[in-house]
Design a binder for this molecule. Structure first.
Ligand code: COA
Length: 231
């Protein structure tokens, strides 16, 4: 695993996974122009903000594919809400709108289908996952663990990681299984060393009940979670 946060001119944050995948993230504005024509057609009518965010995430996914030497000119389309990837590519997208003096960010994770079975990436502003949301997102075990932490930065971040890890898990398992899991079916245990463990009790064929993922803070107040499942 080589982490290369910050990539010279374009403020691109990059992680190259050993298992044949790349994750990239950065401010949205620099990446919208890299989207394909078919992708621009796809977001027409989506509303200025949301459409542009989708294009930025796609622009980054193309950069990730370029780094893996794959993807060519293929566009990332949609079926329902889920992304449809060019032949041979497994991937995931996320975007977080700008807020309180922070630019919006986007992220993409892409892998080679022969090496990666599923992948999920998610960006969240940490402050969004305040205590009023804990009952909806976290099960009893998770709430007890969060409540046992002293109030402060790590507790807030741990809640952000817990939520973002579940969203990235959904992006990994849903395209593979077509199944649904409730937030309370998954238990996330964030660790301060940049990793988390996610355990899920829902019936998800082909998905292990326990996965280990990674998290980063690529920009103040923003958390990025990543889960990859080898083929
Ligand atoms: C789908 C969902 C995960 C998207 O997350 P979000 O924080 O709203 O938005 P993000 O910007 O991070 O991600 C948006 C991207 O998710 C992707 N996405 C949407 N549905 C998806 C699906 N079924 N499978 C995989 N990816 C999906 C799309 O690529 C989308 O980007 P696009 O609209 O530009 O194409 C979220 O809206 C949702 O439905 N969550 C509830 C499901 C869940 O988490 N259950 C608990 C599991 S333990």
């Amino acid at each position: 695993m080589s982490d290369t946060p910050g990539d010279g001119k374009k403020r691109l944050w990059v992680v190259e996974g050993e298992g044949g995948y790349v994750a990239v993230a950065g401010p949205q504005g620099e990446w919208m122009g890299f989207a394909r024509a078919a992708e621009r057609a796809l977001v027409e009518g989506a509303g200025e903000g949301r459409g542009m965010e989708s294009l930025a995430a796609r622009g980054m996914a193309h950069e990730g594919m370029r780094r893996l030497g794959m993807g060519g000119d293929g566009a990332i389309l949609r079926e329902g809400r889920a992304p449809v990837w060019p032949e041979g590519v497994v991937g995931s997208l996320s975007h977080a709108s700008g807020r309180r003096g922070h630019e919006g960010w986007a992220a993409a994770a892409v892998g080679r289908a022969g090496e990666i079975k599923g992948i999920g990436i998610d960006l969240e502003w940490v402050g969004r996952v305040g205590e009023r949301l804990w009952g909806k997102v976290f099960n009893e075990r998770e709430r007890a663990a969060l409540e046992a932490l002293p109030e402060g930065e790590w507790r807030e971040l741990a809640a952000g990681i817990g939520f973002s890890a579940k969203e990235s898990f959904f992006k990994l398992f849903h395209p593979l299984t077509g199944r649904w899991a409730e937030f309370h079916d998954a238990t996330v245990a964030p660790r301060e060393d940049g990793r988390f463990v996610l355990e899920c009790t829902a019936e998800l064929p082909g998905i292990p009940g326990r996965l280990e993922g990674r998290w980063w803070v690529p920009e103040e107040g923003l958390v990025l979670c990543l889960l990859a499942l080898g083929a």
